[in-house]
Every structure is written in C-alpha cells, then in structure tokens.
Design a protein around this ligand. Structure first.
Ligand code: 5GP
Length: 130
C-alpha cells in the first residue's frame, strides 16, 4: 500500500510542489509551523529516515540543502531549521522550517492555517529562487 506522501509525489493527491528530481520530492507542509514549511521526501518508500541507505540519505540531504537555500532567499527569516519527526506519516521526510528564534521550532506551537492563495504565493516565491 502506498503512503500518502507517495501519492503526493506521484501527483495522485494534490500538493503545493516546490521541486522534484528522479529520486526526491519537496512540497509545502499542509499544516505549517511557519510560512514556507517544506517537507522533503525520497520517492522510494521507507518509513524511518535512518533506515535509508547511506547514499540515499546523503542525496536526500543534498536535495534538501538546495531547497533550504531557496527558502532562505525567498522568505524573511534568519535560518532554515531542519528537523526529523516522522511520528505521523510512515514515509521518511525532513521538515525544513523558516525560523527567527529557537522557539519557532517548538512542536507545541500552533500550526498556521493558510489560504490556497497564500500557499501558491509562498510556493512560487521559493520556486523562483531555485
Ligand atoms: P511527522 O510524520 O514528521 O510527525 O509529521 C508529518 C507532517 O506531514 C506534519 O507536519 C503534517 O502537517 C504533514 N502532512 C500530513 N499529511 C499531509 C498531507 O496530506 N499533505 C501535506 N502537504 N502535508 C501533510
């Protein structure tokens, strides 16, 4: 059975896509901790990120780096925080979160509710920097 993230990567479920290549896919988190909160996944279905082959994990991080650089240029923030949680969706992913202070990474922060227009605007701003 396919994970929800596999369905997103295949285009079977809509998402606000940021980028993809043969092996990886990046899209906006639907319940973002900050504007521009992005998830980066391997297309290959592996539940736990630290079960990925070394080479895939390294390439996933290199792909994430490109996204993070574009996020930082597109959005007003001091850093892009990187986090792995993986308790909700059983498909390896890295959270890339624009932050200005340590508490912006707190999991207890309320998630933002954005309109479709806002998601599209944010995705376009990041994509324009890639
Ligand atoms: P985790 O598995 O790392 O604990 O959390 C999964 C993350 O995926 C959450 O931040 C959640 O908002 C996000 N998420 C869950 N389902 C969807 C979805 O269908 N689309 C998108 N874009 N994000 C999702």
């Amino acid at each position: 059975m396919s994970t929800i993230f596999s369905k997103i990567a295949k285009g079977e479920i809509p998402s606000y896509k940021i980028a993809e290549n043969e092996d990886f896919f990046a899209f906006l988190d639907i319940n973002p901790m900050a504007k521009g909160h992005t998830l980066v996944i391997p297309k290959k279905e592996v539940d736990y990120i630290f079960d990925l082959d070394d080479e895939v994990l390294a390439k996933l991080n290199i792909f994430a780096k490109k996204i993070a650089i574009a996020q930082k240029e597109a959005l007003q923030c001091l850093r892009i925080g990187s986090m792995v949680i993986g308790l909700e969706v059983p498909h390896a992913h890295i959270h890339l979160i624009p932050i200005n202070k340590e508490s912006d990474m707190s999991l207890s922060n309320p998630r933002l509710k954005l309109s479709e227009e806002e998601f599209i605007e944010i995705a376009n701003a990041i994509k324009a920097k890639l």
